[in-house]
Design a protein around this ligand. Structure first.
Ligand SMILES: [Zn+2]
Length: 271
C-alpha cells in the first residue's frame, strides 16, 4: 500500500504512537550493538552489558561504554529522527517509544518520548539506586560528558582517557561511594516500570502505531505493537527487512526510516 492510502488513515487518526529501534540510529552511523572496532572483537556485548561484568571489571565495562558514548557524541540525528519530531507537532496526541539509548530523538527535537532502555549519558548507581541526569552525571564524572567526548579524537579516548580509567578514575556515587554505572538497562535487568506502563497504556488506546527500524523481537518492547493491534490500532511498519511483526501490519514500507518517514510527513503537511 502506498503513502496516499496511509494518508487517509492518518488524517482520521488523532492518537499516534511511534516505536523505534536500532535501525533508525544505524543511519546516523551508530552500530546496532556490536561495533566493527577491533578493540572489542573478542568481547561479547551480552557479557559486557551486565551487572556481573560491571562487578567483575568496572574499568573494562566503562571503557566499552565510553567508546560507544564517544561514537554517539559525534553522531547527528538523521532525517528519520527529524521526521519523528515533526510528527509530534502534527498529531494532537502523540508518544514516541524508543528502545534506543543514544538520545538522538531528543536532539532532533522530540519531547513526548519514553526511553524504554534508558539513556547512555545518564548515570545509575546499582548499589543504592540513585539515578543521575545527563547534566548531573557529567558533573560527577566529566569524562562521560557529551561535550567532552565530542571534543576528543578516538586516539585520545583510547590513550589518555583509558589511561585515566586504568589509574582508577571512575565515577563514585554521591550517596554511597560505590562506582556508578551507565543509565541504561543491562541484560538481566528489568525495564523501568514507569516507562513501560506509560508505553503500554498509550499503545492500548492509540489509533495508529508506527514500528520503525526495530526487529520486533526484543521483549517486552516487541509486544507493544501487538498490544496496540489487539486494541484496534492501525499498524504501520517501516523497515528495510521483514520482521516477525510484518504479518500483523496494515501497512508495510520496505525502506529505511530516513527514506520513508520524511515522505509521509511531507505529504501530511501538504494535505
Ligand atoms: Zn549509590
Amino acid at each position: 500500500m502506498s503513502v496516499a492510502d496511509l494518508l487517509d488513515v492518518l488524517k482520521r487518526g488523532r492518537k499516534v504512537a511511534v516505536l523505534t529501534g536500532a535501525g533508525i540510529s544505524a543511519e546516523s552511523g551508530i552500530p546496532t550493538f556490536r561495533g566493527k572496532d577491533g578493540l572489542w572483537n573478542r568481547f561479547d556485548p551480552a557479557q559486557l552489558a551486565t551487572y556481573e561484568a560491571f562487578l567483575k571489571d568496572p574499568k573494562l565495562v566503562w571503557k566499552w561504554y565510553l567508546w560507544r558514548m564517544h561514537l554517539i557524541a559525534n553522531a547527528r540525528p538523521n532525517p528519520g529522527h527529524y521526521a519523528v519530531a515533526k510528527m509530534e507537532e502534527l498529531f494532537p496526541d502523540f508518544l514516541l517509544i524508543t528502545q534506543n539509548v543514544d538520545g538522538l530523538h531528543r536532539e532532533a527535537g522530540s519531547r513526548r518520548l519514553v526511553e524504554l532502555h534508558g539513556n547512555i549519558f545518564r548515570g545509575k548507581c546499582r548499589f543504592c539506586g540513585k539515578e543521575y541526569s545527563e547534566e548531573e552525571f557529567s558533573q560527577l564524572w566529566p569524562l562521560a560528558g557529551r561535550d567532552f567526548l565530542s571534543s576528543i579524537s578516538e586516539e585520545e579516548l583510547k590513550g589518555q582517557v583509558f589511561d585515566e580509567i586504568d589509574r582508577g578514575n571512575l565515577p563514585r556515587c554521591l550517596n554511597c561511594g560505590e562506582i556508578v554505572g551507565p543509565g541504561v538497562v543491562w541484560f538481566g535487568e528489568s525495564l523501568p516500570e514507569d516507562a513501560l506502563s506509560r508505553a503500554f497504556s498509550f499503545a492500548s488506546s492509540c489509533d495508529i502505531l508506527f514500528s520503525v527500524g526495530t526487529s520486533a523481537v526484543v521483549q517486552p518492547a516487541a509486544s507493544i505493537p501487538l498490544y496496540a493491534k489487539r486494541s484496534g490500532a492501525v499498524i504501520v511498519e517501516v523497515n528495510p527487512e521483514e520482521t516477525p511483526l510484518s504479518p500483523y501490519c496494515d501497512f508495510v514500507f520496505r525502506g529505511s526510516a530516513s527514506q520513508v518517514l520524511p515522505q509521509i510527513v511531507s505529504s501530511l503537511e501538504g494535505s
